[in-house]
Design a protein around this ligand. Sequence first.
Ligand code: ATP
Ligand code: MG
Length: 403
Amino acid sequence: MKGFKDTLPDTVKKWQLLEETAKNLLESFGYSQIRTPIIEKTSLFERGVGDATDIVEKEMYTFLDKSGESVTLRPEGTAGIARAFIENKLETSIFNKLYYIGPMFRYERPQKGRLRQFHQIGAECFGIKNPAVDAEIVYINKLLFEKLNIKANLEINNIGCPLCRPAYSKALIDYFKNHEESLCADCQKRLYKNPLRILDCKNEKCKITAKGAPRLKDYVCENCQNHYNGVKECLDTLNIEYVENDMLVRGLDYYTSFVFELVDTITLSAGGRYDNLIADLGGNNICGVGFALGQERLIDIMDIESKNTIGIYIANLGVSLYALKILQILKDLSYNVYCEYDSKSLKSMLKKADKLNATVSIIVGEEEFKNNTCIVRNMKQSSQEIIKLNQIESTLKGVLYAT
Ligand code: ATP
Ligand code: MG
């Protein structure tokens, strides 16, 4: 199906490394994992993400369930987590720093780095107004990228809030309506509904037209400005370099003041502050800040070899019961073992052992079964010896480590 992908075992190692690294890092900052449903009521995203956004207008997988209720496969993680935060009264718990890993769904035109089912790792911190926590979110991203050896530039902007944005939107509409003919069809539609999105349009003509548009920084209120300046100060303290990009807007309505993206040739990770989301969804007046990164986009540029970690390959020449017994001895010793149960030639089995990167092959056939022995083959040196079963532990000790 277009935009949906299988992840095959040869790349799954990268996924595991990315997820493990992110998980360890986030937990080392005191973030706890949360798992929310993949389906939510459609109204959650209409209210949370915003009904004039691209996501809600044209990218959602929305359908009626059997009771006629409109439900949607989640296009992003924050709205669901905010809902869970409210419903489970997490504000009264210690869990205000949360992270998630999982699939998201958007009906987009599939292309490189853009799928219909994609995966995000993200985090949210609720209830802390201090700009230092915005900087912590960025810091986590920087560390993660460093650990994965991925280079990306940090771009930041102040996107304002519902107090200051309307005046800016009006100024944008006034500007763009005089240049309507040089906007793409999408932006002509956006003009009166969500003019900020025009700044983010990838169309060349729109980009050129947007260059002359008024800038949000000339309209932001004092609160937004103070907060934004505070975040910059914190980033400076952490020695995190950034570029201010006043064309940076986000595709979700809930952001307020500080927003950021980590950009390679495309955006890899993005986030910012959203101080009204919880209240907009019916909760108390609790602020938030978070990020989400696109796992596929990171996997595409992660440059690691996915090596197998199998230590021992059991080359079984038609004595499966005996092979199972040896498998059990090895598992009791905590080794990683791939046991062959299909009768194949020894040559083809040893080839497979090589492909699996096994350090040792244990070869067993009728002869070994009868004598209660096995052949231990050192795959690197291509040397082998026959040993008694009770010598397995001592023989392997010098050759490879157990897990
Ligand atoms: P873009 O401008 O690229 O459409 P966005 O503003 O829609 O991005 P967010 O909703 O902020 O993106 O999602 C955060 C990250 O998730 C993106 O930076 C990207 O890495 C990833 N992402 C978003 N949409 C997709 C998709 N359709 N396929 C793969 N990854 C995606
Ligand atoms: Mg998008």
